[in-house]
Design a protein around this ligand. Structure first.
Ligand SMILES: C[S@@+](CC[C@H](N)C(=O)[O-])C[C@H]1O[C@@H](n2cnc3c(N)ncnc32)[C@H](O)[C@@H]1O
Length: 210
């Protein structure tokens, strides 16, 4: 999903910076920006980048993701946010969107939980879908969403996902099956709690026929 037509790739909440470093080696035409809010993390990462990635194009930013300085850099942007909760991701995307309404920004999102709420937010902002995949790694499941901040009526984002439920081989069919079971039992547990009504979400997931 990270193709060479991006001028700037933002590895947000980068922590160890492994994702951005791997992209540096693959995407020679892009500048990779490493963003995290913790100064100690960024100092260690900057040191590593200066030692091992001297000849690559990168920049480190010790800032809040909600304040990405996208407008200071000309060209096509890809904002990657992975490994944080979908609820926090919603806040970041809302803030970035409000500050850069005129820019056509692509996002690559891999939320931890709250996938449904995140998708609802993207739909509300009228974002469009470029691609989505479901991955199992170390018994954890990840929905990865590649979206654009511009609307496209032929590429709507589904509140529960679309392509992620379509397996093309036996391995992926098993992943889909396990993830659907896990997601349904998660919402069924929530439904049992006091004052919780997520029946519409349960019905939507139940309607999926992988
Ligand atoms: C679990 S790590 C994610 C690492 C990596 N993206 C991954 O998927 O493996 C979460 C990181 O988000 C950073 N973070 C949390 N809130 C942030 C914010 N508002 N702005 C920038 N970074 C933030 C934390 O400092 C931490 O390094």
């Amino acid at each position: 999903m990270v193709t060479s037509h991006y001028d700037h790739i933002w590895d947000c909440c980068c922590d160890h910076g492994l994702l951005g470093m791997s992209l540096l080696s693959q995407q020679e035409n892009s500048k990779v920006h490493f963003v995290d809010i913790v100064p100690e993390l960024m100092a260690t990462l900057k040191n590593k980048l200066e030692r091992f990635y001297k000849n690559f194009t990168w920049q480190s930013h010790c800032i809040d993701v909600a304040k990405l300085p996208l407008a200071q850099y000309q060209g096509k942007h890809l904002v990657i946010i992975a490994g944080v909760g979908g609820d926090l991701m919603i806040k970041f995307i809302e803030a970035i969107y409000q500050q850069h309404k005129r820019l056509n920004i692509d996002f690559l999102l891999c939320p931890v939980h709250h996938q449904y709420a995140l998708r609802q937010k993207l739909i509300k902002l009228d974002f469009s879908l470029k691609n989505e995949v479901l991955i199992e790694d170390n018994r954890r499941f990840y929905e990865i969403l590649h979206v654009s901040s511009t609307s496209n009526i032929t590429a709507n984002i589904s509140p529960i996902g679309d392509n992620i439920w379509c397996a093309t081989d036996d391995y992926q069919a098993a992943v889909v099956d396990k993830y659907l079971t896990k997601t349904l039992s998660h919402y069924q547990r929530i439904q049992q709690g006091k004052n919780n009504n997520v029946q519409n979400i349960i019905d939507a997931y139940r309607a999926i026929k992988p």
